[in-house]
Design a protein around this ligand. Structure first.
Ligand SMILES: *[C@@H]1O[C@H](CO)[C@@H](O)[C@H](O)[C@H]1NC(C)=O
Ligand SMILES: *[C@@H]1O[C@H](CO)[C@@H](O)[C@H](O)[C@H]1NC(C)=O
Length: 211
């Protein structure tokens, strides 16, 4: 009888585990520094060295239900700075990813596990995210790796564009380039209706107006 109980217990815990993994809600976080996170990064104008002040605001605190895919494609507990091992040539601070995940869980406590896939690179322009280029390749590779243990990619969170405001030609080409990028991502992830949540700086809104 104890044996049977143990068996029932084991089957139940496997089922719970399988359920959790199956339910993993994956979000791809891509773009430039605004997504990678520079909150709390202080530039010492004397030495030119940037350091993160280590302050994690309450809305960005770690949560046992929020994981991230690290640079080795392993799921680990998500902690700020989320992008430190991805945008590793820069000093990273607090970004929007953790606050987004915590806010989703606050509004929907039964949402299940969240898996964040940081991919943002500071200073990158939209051409570097073109299909065939390294940043695009890495993002798709990480997105596909995130699905290995089950789960569903719920959305791409995209925060990029400031680098493309430096010259007029890039600014005028942005709408076309970003549109192509979104279609390619949906195509390569075989998710034609993948929601894409885009943050805009007020200054970028002009260049996205249809012309
Ligand atoms: C520090 O420098 C980086 C890179 O030049 C810049 O993105 C960031 O806004 C600066 N931060 C502050 C607090 O000045
Ligand atoms: C985008 O950035 C890359 C790498 O810095 C650079 O080589 C390229 O010229 C830039 N492309 C555009 C269109 O600005």
């Amino acid at each position: 009888m104890p044996c049977l109980l143990l068996l029932v217990f084991l089957i139940q815990s496997w089922a719970v585990k399988a359920q959790q993994v199956y339910d993993r809600n994956i979000f791809i976080l891509a773009g430039q520094s605004n997504m990678a996170g520079r909150g709390g990064v202080l530039n010492n104008t004397g030495t030119g060295i940037a350091t993160w002040d280590g302050v994690v605001p309450p809305q960005s605190r770690p949560n046992p239900s929020v994981l991230k895919l690290d640079a080795h494609l392993t799921w680990v507990e998500a902690r700020e700075p989320l992008d430190a091992d991805i945008d590793s040539r820069k000093t990273n601070g607090v970004g929007p990813g953790m606050a987004f995940a915590n806010s989703v869980l606050e509004k929907h406590p039964d949402f299940g596990l969240i898996g964040l896939v940081p991919c943002a690179i500071g200073g990158s322009n939209i051409s570097e995210w073109e299909r065939g280029k390294e940043l695009y390749f890495q993002m798709i590779k990480r997105a596909k790796a995130s699905l290995r243990d089950g789960g569903t990619i719920r959305a791409l969170l995209w925060y990029q564009g400031e680098t493309d405001t430096v010259n007029l030609h890039d600014a005028q080409s942005y709408q076309r380039r970003v549109h192509k990028f979104f279609l390619d991502v949906r195509d390569d992830l075989q998710s034609p209706l993948l929601p894409i949540i885009q943050a805009l700086n007020i200054n970028d809104v002009d260049i996205l107006q249809p012309r």
